[in-house]
Ligand binder design. Sequence first.
Ligand code: CMC
Length: 431
Amino acid sequence: MSKDSLTITDNRTGKTYEVPVQDGTIKAMDLRQIKVAAEDFGLMTYDPGFMNTASCKSRITFIDGDKGILNYRGYPIEQLAEQGNYLETAYLLLKGELPTKSQYEAWAEKVTTHTFVHENVKELMVGFRYDAHPMGMIASMTAALSTFYPTSKHVRDAAERERHINRLIAKIPTLAAFAYRHSMGLPYVYPDNELSYAANFLQMMFKTSELKYKVHPALERALDVLFVLHADHEQNCSTSAMRQIGSSEADPYCAAAGAIGALYGPLHGGANEAVLRMLQEIGSRDKVAGFVKEVKESGGDVRLMGFGHRVYKNYDPRAKIIKKMADQVFEVTGRNPLLDIALELERIALEDEYFVKRRLYPNVDFYSGLIYQAMKFPTELFAVLFAIPRMSGWLAQWQEMIEDKEQRISRPRQVYLGESRREYVPLHRRV
Ligand code: CMC
């Protein structure tokens, strides 16, 4: 008998089955043969929230949640954040290798020449109310882009895929900045292709009457590092949404719009906005202990936002980098007064049995909002600042899914617990 297998005895029938084990997994389909009777459907696994189900094989991002390790294509996140930049990281995620100098230049050129959006996009944007949430706006605008690029539906054509990957990475900062300008009632600022990816985004956000907007290099660098940290995170909720929508061979614009929707929620990318609101509600350091007590007594209803993670059961390595970087940003912007509340929350939570027992540590969102706020980004835009860099991760994962011969349309099973067959009763006879 091969050692790389699992022997399963079905106590209902006394039958024994041998199921191969590969890469630490068994194939769920191998369980289908396990039946009580010939007409049975066969055994399935039940895993709400995919707590223990691998939905794909991937070569992009590795996380060891217990050790607090995050690598993109094998490169530790700390090295990429310290020594690399976002566009280089996006290239790495998409192509599997860091670019050579000439490859980098060609890639940066491609991205910067696709930053403009069709003028009709502006017309669509104008239709939103003044207080529309920017995540709703960019999700809609990203989906709308598919109508400007109808050939994007040829998802099996590698050249087409590349074209639209470039466009999405290049245009998402433009859509984000337009959404912000719309909410402020300010004229849209067109991309400046002489600037870096991060600097161009900052000038589209904040430029007013000056001829050339001057981006502070420390803030440009900080935003770029935040983009590196948010670029990918393997099979999280929004990436799974991207893969799931893409599995029906929908075009990448519509798939990315769905991923933006998934990211919007406060348990995922919306958490950084929720952290800021939480810190503002707490209001001062002396109220922190009372808030922690409220969290513990709420039975899970009140959460310490920016804490906990499905995968990390240790300090999120991204949070460590962001915490260090916060000081560099505050040197330029002035210290965010909410930082003291955050530090006190972290101190108390890390010593408290409730959090220690559940292995709840600060995640990427705990400190990022403080930096965004200090840089004058409005709170509603925080999740958008997550969506911009995550676009490269979504697209790398989408491409991997399309090229993976083992993938099928994503279509889970269910355990049906509803009524069995019953007969229709006409309306006039129902009481
Ligand atoms: N505050 C208080 N209690 C918590 C928290 C929290 N932030 N997170 C988890 N718990 C408790 C939860 O109540 C449960 O307790 P019990 O065992 O007594 O029922 C236990 O810890 C396990 O929680 P869970 O909800 O089963 O864990 P999960 O893996 O399903 O959820 C999570 C992960 C990130 C959704 C969750 O930790 C959470 O809601 N955190 C706050 C939101 C947040 O910061 N999200 C950003 C995640 S990082 C950015 C990203 O990649 O999206």
